[in-house]
Design a protein around this ligand. Structure first.
Ligand code: HPA
Length: 245
């Protein structure tokens, strides 16, 4: 049986409609996860929920303990991860309010604890990461987006930057040249750590602003918050549909 874990990003620190049966405070060899793991029922199905930035939202992208989060979710019984991420749009199709289910990711972060394979090891391990996202989960997200009538792209390359500052125009031009369609700060090392734990993982990205230089205006938090408020209803509907199927 699939036990989904939802990792909620900015704008999704709690999941209304989740009947919480247990708030599980966990510890891991890597420290504490961002928040208690909420175990409950959503859309008629058992689900786990974790607020990536803490509850309330207080942990910036570069300080999220991604290892503890993934480890705790696996310990709690998750065997499929749906990650929700707010992103900036680079490709012309990725306007504010558009959804993207990326199929590839490029990691531009630095200095994050990004692997479980370190310390005193018995042997060296290199996990295959050619296709970072699970195709079955991606397909479920795409089907749910279509059924909900959302504007979406079923493919895209996610460029993950270090943050917490936003990018320069030149950095976005470089990401675009590299083939990135969207830019965010939390896609990595989360996806890679899920792979190291053999946890199928997919990302539901909501575009909340045009990336730097992609509109004449500067990027404001007010604009991002507005887009998050407008988009989160759809995010919840999409997740509910995936879980109900
Ligand atoms: N850049 C990086 N991360 C983001 C952005 C952005 O423009 N918008 C939301 N998360």
């Amino acid at each position: 049986m699939t036990v989904y874990a939802i990792i909620g990003g900015t704008g999704l620190t709690q999941l209304e409609g989740l009947t919480i049966r247990q708030a599980q405070s966990m510890d891991t060899p890597y420290g504490a996860p961002s928040a208690d793991i909420m175990r409950g029922e959503y859309a008629g199905r058992e689900v786990l929920f974790l607020a990536r930035h803490g509850q309330p939202h207080r942990i910036p992208p570069h300080q999220v303990n991604y290892r503890a989060n993934l480890w705790a979710l696996k310990q709690a019984g998750a065997n499929a991860i749906l990650a929700v991420n707010a992103v900036g749009g680079i490709h012309a199709a990725m306007g504010t309010g558009h959804f993207c289910v990326p199929h590839q990711i490029i990691d531009y972060t630095s200095g994050r604890a990004h692997t479980f394979y370190e310390g005193e090891l018995e042997h060296v391990t290199h996990v295959d990461f050619s296709h970072p996202y699970d195709e079955t989960l991606r397909g479920r997200l795409v089907a749910a987006l279509a059924a909900e009538g959302c504007a979406y792209s079923g493919h895209g390359v996610y460029g993950c930057t270090q943050g917490p500052r936003l990018e320069t125009v030149a950095e976005i031009t470089r990401l675009e040249r590299d083939g990135c369609d969207i830019v965010g700060m939390t896609g990595m090392p989360e996806a890679a750590l899920a792979r190291e734990l053999a946890l199928p993982y997919a990302c539901l990205a909501l575009v909340v602003n045009p990336a730097a230089g992609k509109s004449a205006a500067l990027i404001t938090m007010a604009e991002i918050e507005r887009a998050l408020n407008e988009g989160m209803g759809k995010v919840k509907a999409v997740l509910a549909r995936v879980l109900a199927d």
